[in-house]
Write a protein that binds this ligand. Structure first.
Ligand code: ZN
Length: 328
C-alpha cells in the first residue's frame, strides 16, 4: 500500500541525499498534479498580513480563509472517531505522495498551507499524537531539513487537527516570529545549563516560552523529556503536558522552543455570534503568526485581544519557573 505513495526515499547515510531538496521537488511535482494542493497554494496569493504591536513584542495576523477547516476543526474524541483519518496512507487523496523518512515517517505536502513551503510529516502507522516516542525523530528531522525548514509539533490537545495520528509539520526557517525573538540578546535570559544543554526563557514576550540549545542530540533529547516530565506534574496529568514545540538546527546546534500551555482554545473561541473570535492557537500562532480564517477577526483583533489570548492559553510563569528549577 505505502509503496504506491512513495515519491522518494530519504537516505540518511548518503551525503548526496538532501531532505530539503527532495521536499521542494515533491512540492513542485504535487503542484502540477494535485488539484486540492494547487487550489491551496493559489489561495496563498490572496492572504493578507497585518502587524499588531503588543506590550514588548509584535505579532502578525494572517487572514487565510483556506484555514477554516483546521481552525474550525472538531477535535473532540467522538468527532475524531467518526471521521476518516486524513493522514492514514490508505486515505490519502489519489494524487498525493510523499518522501519516506527513516522508515517510519512520510513527508507530505499540506494542502491548506500557511507558508510557501508547508509540509506535514506523518507517521506511517495510525498511532496517537504523542511526543515522547518520536523525540529523536523530531530532532533528526530538524537537522535533516536544515537550513531550509523548521519543524514543529502541536500536542494532541494543543492544535493538532489529527490528535489520533502522530505527525509533525515543517515551515520555511525564520517565518515564525519567535524564531527571531529567540536569537535576540535583549530577550535571552539564561536560566541554567544541564548536561551541556543551555536553558533559557525569553523576556518581555507576553507568554511563557522555554528555549533549549545544544550540539548534542542525546543531551537535548534527555533534558527536553525531563522538562516535559517536570511540566506534567503541576498540571496533574500523566500524559504529556499541553504544549507546542518548534525546532531548528544551525551552526551545529539544535534550538528547541517550547510553549507550555494551560488550554488550547481561548474562551472567545466559544462565544456566540459577533463576539466569537475564531483563533485556535497552535505552534504557529503562539509563535507570533496568528491565523484568522475570518476577515472580521483579521480586521478587529487588536493588541489587547492578542495579549489576553496569549495570557489565557499559556501556562503561568510560576509553574514554568518551578519546572525549570527542578531540572538537574
Ligand atoms: Zn491515521
Amino acid at each position: 500500500m505505502i509503496e504506491a505513495k512513495i515519491f522518494a526515499v530519504f537516505d540518511p547515510k548518503s551525503p548526496k541525499s538532501s531532505l530539503p531538496e527532495l521536499a521542494v521537488r515533491l512540492l513542485d511535482g504535487q503542484k502540477q498534479t494535485w488539484p486540492q494542493l494547487i487550489a491551496g497554494y493559489s489561495s496563498l496569493d490572496s492572504i493578507r498580513l497585518r502587524e499588531v504591536r503588543c506590550e514588548g513584542y509584535s505579532v502578525w495576523l494572517q487572514f487565510n480563509p483556506g484555514r477554516i477547516v483546521s481552525t474550525g476543526a472538531k477535535v473532540d474524541a467522538q468527532s475524531i472517531r467518526e471521521r476518516r483519518c486524513f493522514l492514514c496512507v490508505q486515505n490519502l487523496p489519489a494524487p498525493q505522495n510523499g518522501i519516506l523518512y527513516r522508515d517510519d515517517f512520510l513527508v507530505l505536502c499540506n494542502p491548506a498551507p500557511i507558508f510557501r513551503e508547508h509540509f506535514t510529516i506523518s507517521h506511517v502507522d495510525h498511532v496517537p499524537q504523542s511526543f515522547r516516542g518520536s523525540a529523536v525523530r523530531f530532532l533528526e528531522l530538524a537537522r535533516d531539513l536544515s537550513p531550509r525548514h523548521t519543524v514543529f509539533y502541536n500536542g494532541p490537545k494543543c492544535g493538532a487537527s489529527a490528535p489520533d495520528h502522530m505527525h509533525f509539520q515543517a515551515s520555511p526557517t525564520g517565518t515564525i516570529p519567535v524564531e527571531e525573538a529567540a536569537r535576540e540578546k535583549s530577550r535571552r535570559l539564561h536560566r541554567k545549563q544541564v548536561r551541556g544543554v543551555e536553558i533559557l526563557t525569553l523576556a518581555n514576550f507576553g507568554r511563557e516560552v522555554i528555549v533549549l540549545e545544544s550540539q548534542q542530540i542525546e543531551s537535548i533529547e534527555q533534558v527536553l523529556l525531563d522538562l516535559l516530565g517536570a511540566l506534567s506534574v503541576p498540571t496533574g496529568t500523566k500524559e504529556e503536558p499541553m504544549m507546542n514545540l518548534l525546532c531548528s538546527f544551525g551552526d551545529s546546534a539544535w534550538r528547541v522552543i517550547l510553549f507550555p500551555r494551560s488550554k488550547h482554545r481561548p474562551d472567545a473561541y466559544f462565544r456566540e455570534g459577533d463576539d466569537r473570535i475564531l483563533i485556535s492557537p497552535a505552534a504557529v500562532d503562539i509563535g507570533g503568526l496568528i491565523i484568522t480564517p475570518l476577515e472580521k477577526d483579521f480586521n478587529a483583533v487588536d493588541a489587547r485581544t492578542v495579549e489576553g489570548i496569549f495570557h489565557e492559553v499559556s501556562l503561568p510563569q510560576a509553574t514554568v519557573e518551578a519546572a525549570v528549577e527542578k531540572l538537574s
